[in-house]
Design a protein around this ligand. Sequence first.
Ligand code: FES
Length: 87
Amino acid sequence: AFQIKLSSNGRVIDVAHDESAASALVAAGIDLPTSCEQGVCGTCLTRVLAGEPEHRDCYLTDEERAANDQFLPCCSRSRSPVLVLDL
Ligand code: FES
């Protein structure tokens, strides 16, 4: 499990081990568009401001993944306890 922090208002959202970051965001009332929910389409692409994502998508290039400044919350998770997102 990890936490997501919204940069716009500092709100912290828990992501349980059995739910995706995207579903935790949507459950918290965040308007996050999703489509494939499998890390393929890129619809849910979200900017990461701090923390280290654990990329599980097949949309980003290796280079983009290594930059750790964006991730696909429908399938990817976090290596750090908190991910700060540009939301
Ligand atoms: Fe398709 Fe996340 S919804 S990559």
